[in-house]
Design a binder for this molecule. Structure first.
Ligand SMILES: N[C@@H](CCC(=O)N[C@@H](CS)C(=O)NCC(=O)O)C(=O)O
Length: 202
């Protein structure tokens, strides 16, 4: 390996895509290792914690956990605050996104369609608006988490909102976060960033 490598599923989603975006925004020439879903079970045991994304840099052991990867990239390439307290505030919001994934993620594995519908409708009624209200409470005048400058936290918030905004998650309406203008504004500001547009125009 002679350049950084990011390993994740072959899909523009979630924890892996936010790390790819961070690498792209940082201008890093990286190997974009996309694992077909069918190959994941064979590769899983060789990852640090049995999950992806995994980031590798020449001369270092593989690094796992999206927030650790994002903070490393953010610190290295100016996409995370230098001030320790402000950085921790950003990391708090990043943990809030992981809290959301921790409740919605397991519903993907519910095999009974009726049970899945019930559980997801329950999330739409309570957990998702509560999560969004708490995120919103910690957002300022925007457009990004910390004003005019895009940081890794914004990439993470963008991916969280985008997850549902596409309308492709059964039983979770695309409008589930539409009533939260600050969250929507972060999502849109990241979407409209020229570097992000360039990534999707490849
Ligand atoms: N805390 C980890 C969670 C990683 C995680 O659960 N990744 C999912 C994909 S987003 C995964 O690897 N799922 C497949 C599996 O657990 O076997 C992080 O933030 O990266």
């Amino acid at each position: 390996m002679n350049k950084p490598k990011l390993t994740y599923f072959d899909a523009p989603m979630s924890r892996g895509e936010e790390c790819r975006l961070a690498l792209h925004l940082a201008g890093v020439d990286f190997e974009d290792d996309r694992v077909p879903f069918a190959e994941w079970p064979a590769r899983k045991p060789s990852t640090p914690y049995g999950a992806m994304p995994v980031f590798e840099m020449p001369g270092h052991p593989p690094l796992a956990h999206s927030n650790a990867i994002l903070v490393l990239l953010g610190r290295t390439y100016g996409l995370h605050p230098k001030d320790d307290f402000e950085a921790a505030r950003h990391e708090g919001m990043m943990a809030h996104v992981e809290d959301l994934r921790a409740v919605v993620g397991p519903t993907i594995r519910i095999s009974d369609p009726e049970e899945k519908r019930k559980v997801r409708e329950g999330l739409v009624a309570t957990v998702l608006p509560t999560w969004a209200e708490r995120a919103e409470r910690n957002l300022g005048a925007g457009p990004f988490f910390a004003g005019d400058t895009l940081h890794v936290v914004d990439l993470k918030l963008h991916m969280a909102v985008r997850w549902f905004a596409g309308g492709k998650v059964d039983h979770i309406p695309a409008t589930v976060f539409a009533g939260f203008p600050k969250l929507t504004r972060v999502h849109d500001a990241v979407r409209d960033d020229a570097r992000v547009k360039a990534w999707y125009a490849r």
